[in-house]
Design a protein around this ligand. Structure first.
Ligand code: MOS
Length: 756
């Protein structure tokens, strides 16, 4: 490999570091209006009347829209189709959109918003997700349950009778705000064909296209979606942009003018999706030697007011429920339930971080009660090649968990420090060290099977430069760089000669959503498929020029070689010859994911095409007097199959760790009667560079045979092991049982004082 598996400069580096990249709020179109949203003041209320008369009279206010003015359906199409574009008759969460205003300026639009009188009748508010299923307040069907998923494997009642110990605990995890640098934003404008174009910040342009088409009642072909530079997403721009795009498109359609809707940070935090708060009850049956024989898990997620993506987020957590361990007798029941709070959605890890916190805390608790070390208990039970997951999936290749484990244990000097820190009783600052092992099902798997395909279009031009078009998106993760490397390697042209086309639904093939760490595998393989078709043309010319058969040929760095004689001809000449012969040098590529399956009755099946694996060791220091926690160092090893770009892999590890430190230690959304009361970064605290620990990223490569060059996706995984590894380190340091995050000074002080 010449380009793949090497660190090359990011494809988008220049535009981003020079500030030249254009984000949606950098665009100003002629006659553009600014949109603002009238938002609900209650978490649950009937909307009796919306009086827009005063606001309409304001000079410069061009359109006010309520649910009654929607030409198509008042629905954002997602799993259950229950999320409205604007609340109609009832509002189910605070800050939900009720009406839209388009005006000449932002000030005018805000004034109009203030002048719109909404008459409410307050309804009882359901805030506690743990009592949602039995609450008398009904938000969704009879039991407020958006989804119930299960896993049934073996015979748990019998197994629990045969084990030596039964260990139970309950765990809680909080909201997490995405805190993307760029808030949600869209700019819609009428196009020449009587349709609409919408440009903005997003992960999934084809989702946005479906939504706008449904809301405006336009055929998909008349709705064109263009992705602008996107300043972070982390899952927060999977479903929500469909809502923002539909709202701006409605106003643009009504006024015939461009309309820009960019959220303020406060309204973004108050009204947009978050990581689901989670609850997990773990009950494990173990033998004296540490072998886990039975596991029963109850997992509940707070879905908020609408189902949105909760059923699929829940599914991922369900099938990862006990962590990366073997167990033949497993029962999991998982529920996503309704509350009168902001709808929760996708966030890096997608339902796994919550359950893996519980699973990884629980395995440490098991070790402690059995007087085994956290290393021994994991070595005893971890998934290895040839094992079966809790859904009965046979792991046949690319199972690098133990390699990550051994690498981290050695590099971190875990054993030495584990003993050292445990005997150190002296000071007011106490150190601790912890481990977590996690895994992540790559791509959508059986939970999103019908989306598990990806298109690409590759064109080799006369000067040996390449244009590549895919429908997956760059949001900061480095997709464009990685895909350029793959195209460059596959056609033997320099990396600098590859150009990714902008993502525009009228020009790029649908590649499915940019989620679930799927893009390297899915778009990468689709590009390889397209490149292979172009190679057929190249090889037919080269075979004649080199006077050999085309199956002897290979491409490397600008030349095509005959593998028998090592004679070569330049790609330049070959391309010219292809042009002379009028051969096709452009191709569509398509990739359909390998087999996955799932039975919703038994929860058994091959749930994912493959898994990534990771081990983390963290060292922490706790001030016994104040409860303050500092994360000193994290060593983190990830089996990524093959690192297409090692520096980007390390970047994902570093970013995920810092985001995970935030989740574990400080991030804390506060609500009052369903309303978020800290919707800004002065009260919702996220880590800065000062809070970042020393990070040692380690790359493990156990090639995934069906991935591009052996690669598999992993970029969500670095966050997932952080909450448990930090909690385990704290538990070890203090000899306490940590059952929730964030590990604020207050919580740690409580643990110390009560020696919980
Ligand atoms: Mo991602 S959390 O699968 O958008």
């Amino acid at each position: 490999m010449e380009i793949v598996n090497k660190t090359v400069p990011r494809e988008d580096a220049y535009l981003k570091v020079t500030g030249k990249a254009k984000y949606v709020d950098d665009y100003f179109l002629k006659d553009m209006l600014i949109a603002k949203v009238v938002r609900s003041r209650y978490a649950h209320a009937k909307i009796l009347n919306i009086d827009t008369k005063k606001a309409e009279k304001l000079d410069g206010v061009h359109s006010i829209i309520t649910a009654n003015d929607i030409p198509g359906q008042n629905i954002i199409p997602l799993v259950k189709n229950d999320l409205p574009v604007l609340a109609d008759g009832v509002t189910k969460h605070h800050s939900e959109g009720i009406a839209l205003v388009a005006a000449e300026t932002s000030e005018l639009a805000l004034t109009a918003v203030d002048m719109i009188d909404v008459e409410y009748e307050e309804l009882p508010v359901l805030t506690d997700f743990l009592s949602s299923r039995t609450s008398i307040i009904k938000l969704h069907e009879d039991d407020n349950t958006f989804a119930h998923h299960k896993v049934r494997r073996g015979d748990i009642s019998k197994a629990f009778q045969e084990v030596d110990y039964i260990i139970e605990e309950e765990y809680l995890t909080p909201y997490q705000e995405h805190a993307y640098l760029e808030t949600q934003g869209m700019l819609a404008y009428p196009n020449d064909e009587g349709g609409i174009d919408v440009m903005g910040s997003m992960q999934c342009p084809f989702y946005v296209q479906s939504a706008v088409s449904m809301v405006l009642d336009l055929p998909l072909s008349k709705v064109r979606i263009i992705q602008t530079a996107t300043g972070g997403a982390f899952g927060g721009k999977e479903d929500v942009p469909s809502l923002i795009a539909s709202q701006s498109a409605l106003l643009s359609f009504k006024t015939g003018r461009p309309v820009k809707l960019v959220l303020s940070r406060e309204e973004d935090i108050a009204s947009m999706s978050k990581r689901h708060p989670g609850y997990a009850k773990m009950k494990a049956g173990v033998m004296r030697d540490g072998t886990i024989k039975a596991y029963e898990v109850t997992y509940v997620l707070d879905g908020g007011a609408y189902a949105t993506l909760s059923p699929v987020v829940l599914w991922r957590g369900t099938v990862h429920a006990i962590g990366p361990y073997k167990c033949d007798n497993v029962s999991v029941d998982a529920y996503a339930v309704a509350t009168n709070k902001v709808p929760c959605g996708a966030y890096r890890g997608f339902g796994s971080p919550q359950i893996l916190f519980a699973a990884e805390r629980h395995i440490d608790k098991i070790a402690r009660e059995l007087n085994l070390s956290p290393v021994e208990i994991r070595k005893k039970n971890m998934l290895r090649k040839g094992d079966y997951t809790i859904t009965g999936q046979h792991l046949t290749n690319s199972v690098g968990l133990e390699k990550t484990f051994d690498a981290v244990i050695n590099k971190s000097e875990y054993a030495k420090k584990y003993d050292e820190y445990r005997i150190d009783e002296s000071k007011t600052k106490k150190r601790g060290i912890g481990i977590s092992t996690v895994y992540y099902g790559v791509a959508l798997g059986a939970g999103g099977k019908y989306l598990a395909r990806s298109g690409a279009f590759v064109q080799l031009l006369e000067d040996c430069s390449i244009q590549v078009a895919v429908g997956t998106t760059e949001m900061g993760q480095g997709m464009r760089t990685v895909l350029c490397q793959i195209a460059s390697e596959q056609l033997g042209v320099p990396y600098e000669n590859v150009k990714m086309l902008p993502v525009d639904t009228s020009r790029v093939p649908d590649s499915g959503p940019t989620v679930a760490s799927r893009t390297t595998v899915m778009s990468g393989n689709a590009i390889i498929d397209a490149c292979n078709k172009i190679r057929l043309s190249l090889f037919s010319s080269a075979a004649d020029l080199l006077k050999c058969s085309s199956d002897k040929l290979y491409i490397k760095q600008g030349y095509i070689f005959n593998s028998d004689t090592e004679e070569s001809i330049s790609l330049d000449k070959t391309v010219k010859e292809c042009f002379n012969r009028r051969l096709h040098l452009a191709a569509q590529g398509f990739f359909v994911s390998p087999h996955t399956s799932f039975s919703s009755d038994t929860g058994q099946g091959d749930t994912y095409i493959t898994y990534s694996y990771a081990t983390n060791v963290a060292e922490v220091e706790i001030d016994i007097l104040t409860g303050e926690l500092t994360v000193l160092k994290v060593v983190s090893a990830h089996d990524v199959g093959r690192a297409i770009n090692p520096q980007l892999v390390e970047g994902q590890i570093e970013g995920g760790i810092v985001q995970g430190v935030g989740y574990a230690v400080m991030e804390d959304i506060q609500t009052e009667n369903g309303r978020i009361i800290n919707p800004n970064f002065s009260t919702y605290i996220i880590p800065t560079s000062c809070d970042a620990p020393e990070i040692v990223p380690l790359i493990v490569e156990e090639p995934f045979i069906e991935g591009p060059y052996g690669a598999k996706g992993f970029a969500e995984q670095p966050l997932m092991g952080m909450a448990p590894v930090i909690a385990n380190a704290v538990a070890n340091a203090l000899g306490v049982n940590v059952t929730k995050i964030p590990l604020t000074a207050e919580y740690i002080k409580e643990l110390i004082d009560n020696k919980l």
